[in-house]
Ligand binder design. Structure first.
Ligand code: FES
Ligand SMILES: [Fe+2]
Length: 375
């Protein structure tokens, strides 16, 4: 295969020329390997929420695009990240999450302090020319925006703030760090990760796929720039939002935030839905060419009323239904892209600007690191 999509790619205008991507972008193992290397290996990706850590000396493990990682909070409170790969023979140095002074490999029990240094190693006394300092854990970059933890596997990458651009300023009224994480759920779909994101960054399908939110469709405003895509829908006058008790809503919101809902995505794998009383944070994790895990972390105001099961349960049901509606459809899209009958289609200039930006960013990242074959 010559990966003709990358050989021929040129930036495209949304209005005049933008079509969806060729089939191989969703069906090729080579493309998927390039994405792991050039997108998930080089951009800032979301890996978890700070309260997955239990304070100094704690850790959690996470896989992102099939890269095993461990995030630690050192004894002095710094966040660090490493490949969860033992430098001896590739065993896991941590599983799940926990609190410890050391990470100890499950295979032959080499152990590492939380700054990644090799400390304990049984039966290696006779090894000649063995320099412990060269056998520590392999570090990755870690940074945060509020309680959200991002990693970059490229140690030379520019800081997270460059990729975030204006996002923190745009959402400064949301005091993310004060919100309580009350629920987590993993979804899995036999779908290429890009199809999930492309669906998540447009409102075009909402009136036909999601009856429960179709009423917001007309008034939804969207914009896409830099590395993010924003959709905002004001609540209609009869919306339940206006009867929501104040103690179930986030404090500190401005008028715009109080009177509408946002769907926000940040390239490549972070997104959220925010209403004044709930935020769902997405971690989108490719697990193969045609398989994606989506982790949802639920945040609500840290009040008894907002956290009460009788208030939470209906919300969880409501959004789970929406998610299932998407997850029923997306494998059908994946199947059809594999078909001989698939052809790229045109994008809506007013409804699919997020999909367009996402596809452009994807292609830019792949094309910039791709060496065309001269055949
Ligand atoms: S693989 Fe880790 S100690 Fe052997
Ligand atoms: Fe949807």
């Amino acid at each position: 295969m010559t990966l003709s999509s990358l050989n021929c790619w040129q930036p495209r205008s949304l209005y005049q020329e933008a079509t969806t991507l060729p089939a191989e972008m969703y069906t090729s193992d080579e493309i998927y390997q390039l994405e792991k290397e050039l997108i998930f290996g080089k951009t800032w990706c979301y890996v978890g929420h700070k309260n997955q850590l239990q304070g100094n000396g704690s850790y959690f493990t996470v896989e992102l695009a099939e890269q095993p990682l461990v995030i630690v909070q050192t004894q002095t409170g710094d966040l660090r990240g490493y490949f969860n790969i033992c430098p001896h023979r590739a065993g896991p140095v941590a599983v799940g999450s926990g609190t410890s002074h050391h990470l100890t490999c499950l295979y032959h029990a080499w152990s590492f302090d939380l700054s990644g240094k090799l400390r304990g190693l049984p039966d290696m006394e006779l090894a000649e020319n063995f320099d412990r300092d060269r056998h520590g854990l392999q570090p990755i970059q870690v940074d945060t925006w509020g309680p959200f933890i991002f990693v970059n596997l490229d140690r030379n990458a520019a800081p997270l703030s460059v990729q975030l651009g204006e996002l923190p300023a745009l959402f400064q009224h949301y005091r993310f760090s004060e919100w309580a994480r009350v629920h987590s759920v993993d979804y899995s779909t036999e779908t290429n990760w890009k199809l999930y994101v492309e669906n998540n960054v447009e409102s075009y399908h909402e009136f036909s796929v999601h009856a429960s939110i179709a009423k917001y469709y007309k008034a939804t405003r969207a914009e896409a720039r830099h590395y993010y895509y924003l959709q905002y829908a004001p609540f209609p006058p009869d919306d339940d939002a206006y009867t929501m008790p104040a103690d179930r809503c986030f404090a500190g919101l401005g008028e715009v935030e109080r009177n509408g809902k946002w769907t926000v995505s940040f390239f490549p794998n972070f997104a959220w839905i925010i209403r004044p009383w709930i935020a769902i944070i997405y971690l989108i994790d490719p697990q193969g060419r045609s398989r994606t895990r989506i982790r949802w972390d639920w945040l609500v105001p840290d009040t008894e009323s907002a956290k009460a099961p009788e208030n939470l349960e209906p919300l969880i049901q409501f959004f789970d239904t929406i998610q299932q509606e998407d997850l029923r459809l997306l494998p059908e899209i994946q199947k059809r892209i594999h078909s001989l009958g698939y052809r790229p289609g045109r994008l809506s200039p007013t409804r699919e600007m997020g999909t367009h930006l996402f596809q452009e960013l994807t292609m830019q990242h792949l094309a910039s690191g791709f060496q065309p074959k001269l055949d």
